[in-house]
Design a protein around this ligand. Structure first.
Ligand code: DX5
Ligand code: ZN
Length: 223
């Protein structure tokens, strides 16, 4: 039987300062597929994690070969791409809502490509999937927010399942190859629904960091 492979991107948003070395090493040992870097600017969302995430991602870059999955929750997308390209992320995801026009969306997509990263486009829970359809031939990944961006530890919004299905269906109908990533409230109780709907990369913060054994939870999420 051909079993589908799911990947896990561990969100390090809520790791305790002072414990980063130990936690990052343990995530690596537990075989996370990516480190998910939640970049917040205090404008697009209330919280500001900008400098801390810069520090953490360059630290990870020094001690690990695992790919970085950078999620930009910022207004000034291009400056952030500039700043975070220094750590050579595998994926840079920006928010559709941060752009003022279709031209700006395309401009950001091209700018990420020029910086040698895969392009992810993300939509908040209230943004309909249809809004981004026209951009999907040009991206590598769609990040569907399953909570309101801004903080970890929130409850999964089950209405987002049909949005994931829609985006999956669009890729099949149009013969497009992008991957679908989900972010927010993903745990063992919610992961099955999003996998069924078409998600392939699962971001998880709280579910992993609160677990006694990272390996056990990451293995379960990947099944
Ligand atoms: C929310 C962030 C998420 C979040 C994931 O704005 O993008 O990456 O921190 O954390 P959990 O798994 O706790 O919802
Ligand atoms: Zn995120």
């Amino acid at each position: 039987m051909n079993e589908k492979v799911y990947e896990v991107s561990a969100s390090i948003l809520n790791i305790e300062k002072g414990k980063e070395a130990e936690i990052i090493l343990n995530l690596e040992k537990a075989r996370t597929d990516y480190y998910h870097i939640d970049v917040m600017d205090g404008k697009f969302v209330e919280k500001n994690t900008y400098n801390w995430m810069k520090e953490l991602s360059s630290y990870i870059k020094r001690i690990s070969n695992l790919p970085l999955d950078v999620h930009l929750m910022v207004e000034d997308v291009k400056s952030a791409i500039d700043d975070f390209s220094a750590v050579e992320p595998n994926i840079i995801t920006f928010h559709y809502e941060a752009c003022k026009s279709d031209e700006e969306v395309m401009d950001v997509i091209n700018f990420i490509k020029q910086n040698n990263a895969k392009v992810g486009i993300s939509i908040k829970p209230n943004t309909p999937a249809e809004k981004i359809f026209k951009f999907l031939p040009y991206v590598h990944l769609v990040l569907v927010m399953t909570v309101e961006p801004g903080k970890g530890g929130q409850t999964f919004l089950s209405d987002m399942v049909s949005k994931i299905e829609k985006i999956k269906k669009y890729s099949i109908e149009n013969n497009l190859e992008y991957q679908i990533e989900v972010d927010g409230g993903i745990n063992l109780a919610t992961c099955e629904k999003v996998k069924q709907a078409g998600a392939e990369i699962l971001v998880a913060g709280t579910a992993i960091l609160k677990a006694v054994d990272y390996k056990v939870i990451i293995d379960e999420l990947k099944k």
